[in-house]
Design a binder for this molecule. Structure first.
Ligand code: HDE
Length: 756
């Protein structure tokens, strides 16, 4: 059996995906017959968008494909023109008075090109500037007519197209993906009755309770204004100064110091609507709801040392992961769940459901599965789609409504407002990625960049000259606000339960595994160790004492400081919580479907390695949907011990260990020696080991373990289930390796400080 590059999904050539195939449906050409197709419809269905774009758009289910085709541009086979459509004869030289003479002002071709270039950039989002998007669809499981009249939930099997954007919050547009941060999880549903944006995060609570504090929070976490540092990081004085003076932040800090803030992949994180919303049925009956997205692949995270190293090795780590998975047909999937509860239940809870720093434990109100979301198409153009998409909490449809959460209220204003400067005026809804599938008819007119050409003399209502159109529809199809009764004094203040800042912070910490707790301690220690003003550190640890004495003690130890007196509590006697522990709050609660699909596995190679076992393993791993890569000392040909020639897919220098989920060390004495001669090898092995990943050593390569001083028996005497040693490769070894990789990481090896 000869060793080949297998079918690593990120090695799919552009050619495989039709970029350069210039398919011309007009000429009767079709695309490759093995395109992914979620409906089972055949590719003989004409779809002009096959002409352009990345990947192979699956037909049928993604209704945004058709509408967006009207604006898709494809220059294949076309002459170069100006913006006025004039063919350009020479795109190399400015028009000059003589070969060595001055450039001429009349050169409209040069001026148009440079002028357009000068204005290519738009303001980046004030928060969530860095993000990655994808198209897909939501499929509803069962009719929910008793709960809501919202279009996506009316029938079983109903498909609603979506566009999703994942993001970090604090970093600028060109910052790194693996910063410790909340991730945005924004979903635009193009429903039959208008666009609904569920603009959520991967963490179910927020830093603050009231929109009034948002600019303060963001100013504190963003790079400090005098010197513009640090980028994409909360580990600095101003953030922790604000945090230590804002006890309401305590619960959120537990989440952002946990591994939730460094996900392994966007495909492996949960999403949450955060606020309480309302579902309203056709009779006007309302229930409260909290929205949850649960990833099919389970929740998996990086570890901090790994996240830091990935930031250098591949700043686009999450963007690349999402893109490559979709290109390979490994469509990420989430299940949408509702926590549904009544006003009467809400009144009984120990916390306030209008307080975005509180969750409703799943043990108190279970999450009901509602439908699934699949992302099956990469955007054709990053700027046109991912950058110009404008999410807005005000975009809701009949059947949904807001609660009185004061954080949500500020958001309903902010998102429309911010697009006006970011996207250059009030017509951003006409940008193709933002325009609804539902028809838009109203009397709003003009403004910068208006696309629609409105016909007729009438732009007002009521009118008789336009036959009364467009007409208001009344309750049957129109949006009606839920008539929540309100009768109180105007006041600036908060309800009492909002002042319990610590009960749920404790609930979160106490619901984590020992390993997760240690990572939270490590998160606080790292961040606070970067704080230069000792008083801020003191105040922060003093606040943590109110959430968990154990946590405060461990953080204080880590910082080499005495435990300060606890901060005074705003609410000394909070209501007793419904639960003391919530297993659902641990990342281990959602292991996913198991298996190793899309996991990246490094097989180290050098001249003289035993080729046959690697080839067998490679085939087996590809069969399981994993992505094995041959990683060499250099790129180029490697000669195996049998004299076969194989090509390395990557080198240890260009693709270091942190970019892989698992490692295979090859057999073959000469090969192992060649690997040992390169210092990268031990570094590779050390990082894989330190980050608790699965390592399989075949035959002679177990010497590498000795060299690093690692052993299958851990210091506490336990066996390390992620460290596999085999004299030769057989089916049992392959099965044991696959099972170990499917564990994601081996927490028993984790130690603080690291063993190696
Ligand atoms: Fe946002 N937020 N936010 N936010 N937010 C924005 O809108 C804002 C909050 C979230 O991929 C901005 O279009 C205020 C909570 C996501 O394009 C801005 C408050 C949650 C995204 C804005 C919050 C979010 C944003 C910046 C407190 C989770 C990225 C650019 C009252 C439920 C969407 C933009 C995308 C973006 C305001 C708090 C999620 C400035 C005022 C809570 C996922 O309008």
């Amino acid at each position: 059996q000869s060793l080949s590059a297998g079918r690593p999904y990120n090695a799919l050539s552009l050619k495989d995906h039709g970029h350069d195939s210039a398919v011309n449906p007009e000429a009767g050409e079709t695309v490759s017959p093995d395109s992914p197709d979620v409906t089972g419809s055949t590719l003989s269905e004409h779809n002009p968008s096959e002409k352009t774009g990345a990947g192979q758009p699956p037909l049928g289910r993604n209704a945004t494909i058709g509408p967006l085709d009207r604006v898709r541009a494809d220059a294949s086979g076309q002459p170069l023109t100006t913006n006025q459509g004039v063919h350009i004869a020479d795109n190399q030289n400015t028009l000059k008075a003589g070969l060595r003479g001055p450039a001429l002002l009349e050169d409209f071709i040069l001026r148009e090109k440079i002028t357009h270039f000068d204005h290519e950039r738009i303001p980046e989002r004030i928060v969530h500037a860095r993000g990655s998007g994808a198209h897909g669809y939501f499929e509803n499981y069962a009719p929910l007519t008793e709960l809501t009249r919202a279009a996506p939930f009316q029938e079983a099997g109903k498909i609603t197209p979506v566009f999703v954007r994942f993001s970090t919050v604090a970093g600028e547009r060109g910052s790194i993906d693996t910063a410790r941060d909340v991730r945005g999880f924004a979903v635009k549903f193009y429903t039959d009755e208008g666009n609904w944006d569920l603009v959520g995060n991967n963490i179910p609570v927020f830093f603050i309770q009231d929109a009034m504090k948002f600019p303060d929070l963001v100013h504190a976490v963003k790079p400090e204004p005098h010197h513009g540092m640090p980028q994409a990081a909360s580990a600095h004085d101003t953030f922790w100064d604000f945090a230590s003076l804002s006890p309401e932040i305590t619960h959120m800090l537990m989440w952002v110091m946990s591994d939730r803030a460094i996900p392994r992949s966007y495909r492996m994180m949960q999403g949450f609507g955060v606020h309480t919303f309302r579902l309203v049925n056709a009779e006007g009956v309302s229930h409260f709801v909290k929205f949850h997205w649960k990833p099919r692949l389970g929740t998996h995270s990086l570890v901090w040392d790994e996240a830091v190293k990935i930031a250098g090795a591949d700043p686009d780590f999450h963007r690349r992961d999402l893109w490559e998975a979709i290109e390979a047909g490994e469509y990420p999937e989430w299940e949408l769940g509702f926590q549904i509860f009544t006003e009467e239940q809400a009144d009984q809870f120990s916390f306030d459901i209008l307080d975005a720093t509180k969750i409703i434990p799943e043990e108190v109100v279970p999450v009901t599965p509602i439908g699934r979301m699949v992302l099956n198409r990469n955007p054709d153009n990053f700027f046109a789609e991912t950058e110009q998409v404008a999410f807005c909490t005000a975009h809701i449809v009949p059947g949904l409504d807001f609660s009185h959460d004061p954080l949500l209220a500020g958001r309903i204003h902010s998102y429309v407002d911010t697009q006006i400067s970011r996207l250059g005026g009030p017509n951003f809804h006409e940008l193709p990625i933002n325009s609804p599938i539902a028809p838009v008819n109203n009397n709003q007119r003009d403004g910068m960049h208006r696309q629609a050409i409105h016909r007729g003399r009438v732009a007002y209502e009521p009118n008789s000259l336009g036959g009364g159109c467009p007409f208001q529809t009344g309750k049957m199809t129109g949006f009606v606000s839920f008539p929540a009764p309100v009768q109180e004094d105007k006041v600036r203040g908060k309800p009492e339960k909002f002042a319990d800042h610590y009960t749920q912070a404790a609930l979160f910490y106490n619901s984590q595994t020992e390993n997760e707790k240690a990572h939270i301690v490590g998160g606080f220690r790292f961040e606070l160790s970067r704080v230069t003003v000792p008083a801020i550190r003191q105040r922060m640890v003093a606040g943590l004492r109110n959430a968990s004495e154990e946590l405060a003690q461990r953080v204080a130890e880590g910082l080499g400081m005495e435990l300060p007196e606890p901060l005074p509590r705003a609410l000394p006697n909070p209501a007793a919580p419904e639960v003391e522990q919530s297993p659902a709050l641990s990342l281990t609660a959602l292991p996913g479907e198991g298996g190793i699909r899309t996991r990246k596995i490094a097989l180290l190679v050098a001249n003289g390695v035993a080729g046959a076992p690697l080839a067998t393993l490679q085939t087996a791993l590809v069969g399981q949907g994993a992505v094995p890569r041959l990683v060499g000392v250099r790129l180029g040909t490697v000669k195996t011990a049998d004299g076969d020639a194989v090509e390395a897919d990557a080198s240890m220098e260009n693709t270091p260990a942190v970019l892989f989920d698992a490692l295979v060390l090859p057999d073959g004495q000469a090969g192992v020696h060649a690997l040992l001669a390169d210092g990268h090898t031990l570094e590779f092995l050390k990082d894989q080991y330190r980050h608790c990943k699965t390592i399989l050593a075949l035959g002679a390569s177990s010497q590498l373990f000795d060299k690093l001083g690692i052993s299958q028996t851990l210091p506490d005497g336990q066996n390390d289930p992620g460290l596999l040693v085999a004299d030769s490769l057989d089916d049992d070894v392959v099965a044991a390796f696959v099972a170990a990789v499917a564990q994601h990481r081996h927490a028993v090896r984790d130690s603080d400080p690291p063993l190696i």
